[in-house]
Design a protein around this ligand. Structure first.
Ligand code: ATP
Ligand code: MG
Length: 234
């Protein structure tokens, strides 16, 4: 069984289902990427995995344990970290305060984790006393990722971490995400930059209208003529 096993997830926000029997799995130390058109249900699938969307059908297991009925907060305690697509930093709080907020569930000394985050993103150490709202888009995304890392997650979920950043900053952030995966953490990431994201993905999911349209290794999806034509611009 996979480390994260989201199976046959079906549900939505009201009467109509957005997700239709959607499956997502992630292995420890690997990067899984969800791509697909706007409105395909990528963020909804992330919310479902994190417990922010009630499922009408389906289940989610983490490390072999059924967590389908758990709240997001309980899932954080079980080892899930989630960076949402929008409003993912507290703009009026300093960088350091944002990271401390990430550790709110911890009762132990989290200073060494903060040092690890600063080692991963050195610019955050430099700017730790500045309000996060004064940082560039790419630096804010580092704060958001860093905040999620403060709980020492076993699964890190990122919804469009490179939204609105330059190609250079995107490459840099992807390198850091690879570095995080190498420490054994499982990564589940939604990305608009589909080609570049699939390039670093062990596993890729193309979601269309809430359904799994294509699932394969990142490499195989990039080589699939139909996926290329329909979703990757040729
Ligand atoms: N809070 C909500 N209440 C009702 N409907 C919603 C809500 N959030 C999203 N939806 C609808 O669910 C569908 C899927 O949206 P979702 O945000 O999951 O797509 P997405 O693939 O993440 O899109 P994007 O690429 O724009 O981020 C869309 O039709 C959207 O309008
Ligand atoms: Mg989205």
């Amino acid at each position: 069984m996979s480390f994260l096993n989201a199976s046959a997830m079906t549900g939505g926000y009201g009467a109509a289902d957005i997700l239709h029997s959607c499956d997502i799995t992630v292995e420890q130390g690997q990067i899984a990427v969800i791509v697909g058109p706007n409105g395909a249900g990528k963020s909804t699938a992330m919310k479902a995995v994190f417990g922010m969307l009630p499922l009408r059908e389906g289940s989610v297991t983490l490390d072999g344990q059924d967590i389908t009925g758990l709240t997001p907060q309980e899932r954080v305690a079980m080892g899930m970290g989630f960076v949402p697509q929008t409003n993912n930093v507290f703009v009026s709080m300093t960088v350091q305060e944002n990271l401390e907020m990430g550790a709110y569930l911890r009762r132990d000394d989290f200073r060494s984790t903060m040092e690890q985050v600063f080692d991963l993103f050195p610019i955050l150490r430099e700017k730790r006393r500045q309000p996060a709202g004064e940082l560039s888009g790419g630096q804010r995304q580092q704060v958001a990722v860093g905040r999620a890392l403060m709980t020492e997650p076993k699964l890190l979920m990122l919804d469009e971490p490179t939204a609105g950043v330059s190609p250079i900053v995107m490459d840099e952030l992807f390198d850091r995400i690879i570095e995080v995966a190498r420490t054994g953490i499982a990564i589940l990431m939604v990305e608009q930059n589909a080609r570049q994201a699939l390039n670093i993905a062990d596993r890729g999911y193309v979601l269309v209208q809430g359904r799994n349209a294509y699932t394969d290794t990142g490499e195989a999806l990039l080589a699939n003529p139909e996926v290329r034509r329909t979703f990757l611009g040729g």
